[in-house]
Design a protein around this ligand. Structure first.
Ligand code: HEM
Length: 372
């Protein structure tokens, strides 16, 4: 009997110990860990599936984005796996490869460069075209054109050679087409998508791309010829500063009205345009060649993205200046436009806007009047 009681007590003790060991909290912990392991395995399998299904057609970065979207659709941002979060934050690993960024699953640096396109670049380029047109149109409406004080003399003086006229238009027309198609390519998706819809946008991009590529070549060729031919006119002179202080006499109000600051063949404003055109034009041409011929110039994706950033930033400057230049030539400066059409300017225009140049050619006898 005693033995039976002792055995029963022992059995009870063992059972109590076992019950404590396999208690509900412990059971819960075990299943949580199991679930996490399963979830991680599932996410890893999903990522692998996406990469397998999309590579090589779609770059890794796109499949990674798709995976991120898929995961965040399933749960909230906190639900992302720690592995994925670390990858997105640019965590690096170890590899024997020496290529740049080979040690990270996703190249965060290139990703940061790519993001500048839909960010400030597309907005600044759009503003530099449409914004500048609006700003300058308002300025011309408020200020009015700069008139020839003594009217047209009817006597015409040679200003540009026929070669200069050809060079100007063979550079200017491609440049305008490059600006318009460049805007469509860079900012189309973020600026015009709502108006055009996906089909219209695709058609616009398909038309813009070949025009942009082919126009790059005449622009580069005639642009460089223009830079070289016209440099002599654009060497800074002492009187250029005064020109800026009175805004070239183009303002028709207050102390600026009726001012005619000294100017050589090119005035200070044209010199600023010429040097901006030369500096940023060369940046556009060189970076554009890297984008146009990546194989020949053996660029990496990171180099190509930098070329794109330089290209677009320089285009923003050139676009703004081009708008101002066209307004100045066509509406602001009375009698200026004809110069680049016939090569001759009115004698009164030369005296009023470029007095130093006019005095020089008169004094050295190189002045050439239009006959007949
Ligand atoms: C409709 C478009 C354009 C018009 C009506 C126009 C008109 C003119 C005119 C009339 C001149 C001569 C000014 C003078 O005699 O002082 C000129 C000069 C010049 N243009 Fe244009 N232009 C246009 C587009 C462009 C474009 C797109 C570029 C650049 C890519 C450009 C670059 C220049 C340069 C660099 C000069 C010479 C400035 C100097 O060295 O004095 N033009 N343009």
């Amino acid at each position: 009997m005693r033995a039976t009681i002792t055995s029963a007590l022992l059995l009870g003790f063992v059972l109590a110990i076992m019950a404590l060991a396999v208690s509900p909290p412990a059971l819960a912990k075990a299943s949580e860990a199991e679930q996490q392991a399963q979830a991680k395995a599932l996410q890893a399998a999903q990522l692998a599936e996406i990469d397998k299904a999309t590579a090589p057609e779609v770059p890794l970065i796109r499949s990674a984005q798709a995976a991120e979207e898929m995961i965040s659709n399933q749960s909230n941002a906190e639900g992302l796996s720690p592995l994925w979060t670390a990858v997105r934050e640019g965590q690096t690993g170890r590899t024997t490869s020496k290529s740049p960024f080979a040690d990270s699953f996703i190249n965060q640096y290139d990703f940061m460069l790519i993001e500048q396109r839909p960010g400030w670049l597309s907005k600044a380029l759009t503003f530099s075209l449409f914004g500048m047109i609006v700003v300058f149109a308002v300025f011309v409406l408020v200020n009015g054109a700069s008139k020839l004080e003594k009217g047209f003399s009817g006597v015409e003086v040679r200003r540009w050679s026929n070669v200069d006229i050809w060079v100007h238009w063979l550079m200017a027309i491609p440049c305008i087409l490059l600006i318009l198609t460049g805007l469509a390519l860079l900012a189309g998706r973020w600026v015009f998508a709502d108006w055009l819809g996906p089909q219209g946008l695709a058609t616009l991009a398909a038309m813009a791309k070949p025009i942009h590529d082919y126009m790059a070549l005449p622009f580069a060729l005639f642009g460089v010829i223009a830079m070289l031919r016209w440099m002599k006119h654009n060497i800074p002179a002492g009187y250029d500063l005064k020109w800026f202080t009175v805004v070239g006499g183009y303002l028709n109000f207050g102390p600026f009205k009726g001012q005619h600051p000294d100017a050589g063949f090119s005035n200070a404003g044209e010199k600023l345009w010429y040097w901006s055109f030369t500096l940023f034009g060369l940046a556009i041409i060189v970076s554009g060649m890297f984008l146009l011929f990546p194989e020949a110039l053996s660029t990496s994706r990171t180099d190509a993205l930098w070329a794109l950033l330089i290209h677009a930033s320089a285009a923003i400057v050139i676009t703004g200046f081009t708008v101002v230049h066209i307004f100045m030539a066509t509406v602001l400066s009375e009698g200026g436009m004809v110069n680049m059409v016939t090569g001759y300017c009115d004698e009164n225009w030369a005296k009023q806007h470029h007095n130093v140049w006019y005095d020089e050619i008169k004094a050295d006898g190189s002045i050439e009047y239009k006959t007949s």
